[in-house]
Design a protein around this ligand. Structure first.
Ligand SMILES: Nc1ncnc2c1ncn2[C@@H]1O[C@H](COP(=O)(O)OP(=O)(O)OP(=O)(O)O)[C@@H](O)[C@H]1O
Ligand SMILES: [Mg+2]
Length: 331
């Protein structure tokens, strides 16, 4: 606690106060002055004075009160500072714990995907051998085909999971080739055909005859559109329709996939591209999935320099997914 006079020869009390504060001294200071210096008053407070008193008419009671206030104020400020420091420390620790948990979750996902994939290869091979042996009756053949379908589904999930963990760890690399959108769509439709048939959906494709050339990763782009069609098939009632439209415009090509399915509620719409988002986990359990398809779609499309968006007028009105991919510059 210091009591400082304003007039101190060369320097003023305020100068001294500023120097003290600049050196990190925080003890409370009360300044005294002659009379009527309104400007000095605010300057003193700005400089960090606890109070500013005129010497004329100063009583011991006033001084005593000023000192008690200044000390209490400075104690409160110190306590507050201490609390802020403690909170900041706690937050930093919590943050570190979260990052650590997130890292472990990523590692776990990668491990899980690998562990799940390992048994899939021998199962697939065994099924292939059974298929080639071909000396079995109808029942066995039907069951084998069923297993093949389930294994294919499992493989798709595991591959998605692996890709997600490759993306989160920055290990996913694209293999860019010169492609046409047409050849990509051909294999997409080919691969989705049986699923669309099974869901009893009509696919109406509108793809221009003129080749639309793009630079992209054939496997990943096929995967992107298969994932979107897969959703359309999953979330559309039998007898519904799915439109697949390709339209080159300006410097980009727009691929739109629209369905007549359950649609997406407006409040979930902004989140469908986030990892693990599913509109209704409880109701849709007959529909398999982890909620990673669209997250993967977005990352892969963005890695191609494109964008993807989802639109729906609400529940029961169908959904539209729109993908824009840049066209290579001619030259
Ligand atoms: N065409 C669609 N119609 C209605 N809802 C959709 C459609 N596409 C996606 N959704 C909603 O968005 C959610 C996220 O889709 P996403 O493809 O990421 O996950 P998923 O299909 O549930 O699981 P996964 O793709 O991992 O198998 C879905 O669970 C569904 O609720
Ligand atoms: Mg999906």
């Amino acid at each position: 606690m210091y009591l400082l006079d304003f007039r101190l020869g060369e320097k003023t009390g305020i100068d001294l106060l500023r120097e003290a504060r600049a050196r990190g001294r925080s003890a409370p200071v009360i300044l005294f002055t002659g009379q009527g210096r309104a400007r000095t008053d605010s300057e003193a407070l700005d400089a960090g004075a606890a109070d500013y008193l005129e010497k004329a008419g100063l009583t011991s009671a006033v001084l005593d009160r000023a000192i008690r206030y200044a000390v209490a104020q400075s104690r409160a400020a110190a306590e507050l500072e201490q609390k802020v420091r403690e909170r900041t420390d706690e937050l930093a620790r919590a943050n570190e714990a979260l990052r650590d948990a997130d890292r472990r979750k990523d590692e776990f996902l990668a491990l899980l995907a690998h562990e799940l994939r390992n048994p899939l290869t021998p199962i697939t091979n065994a099924l292939e051998i059974l298929r080639l042996a071909n000396d079995t009756g109808d029942t066995v053949r039907r069951q084998r085909e069923r297993m093949e379908r389930q294994v294919a589904q499992l493989k798709r999930l595991v591959e998605d999971l692996l890709d997600v963990s490759r993306i989160t760890t920055g290990k996913l690399r694209l293999t860019i080739d010169a492609l046409t959108v047409q050849e990509v769509m051909e294999s997409v439709i080919d691969m989705s055909r049986s699923q669309l048939d099974k869901a009893k959906l009509e696919l109406i494709a509108d793809v221009p005859a003129e080749p639309v050339r793009i630079a992209g990763d054939r496997v990943r782009l096929t995967h992107v559109f298969c994932n979107i069609l897969n959703n359309a098939a999953k979330f559309t009632e039998p007898g519904g329709k799915v439109w697949l439209t390709v339209a080159p415009t300006g410097g980009r090509v727009t691929v739109t996939i629209r369905d007549t399915g359950v649609g997406i509620p407006a409040d979930v719409l902004p989140q469908v591209f986030a990892l693990f988002t599913q509109v209704d986990r409880t109701l849709n359990r007959s529909q398999s999935g982890l909620g990673i398809g669209l997250a993967l779609v977005r990352r892969l499309v963005e890695m191609h320099g494109g964008t993807v968006s989802a639109h729906s007028d609400g529940v029961g009105t169908g959904a539209t997914i729109t993908v824009h991919l840049p066209l290579p510059r001619r030259g």
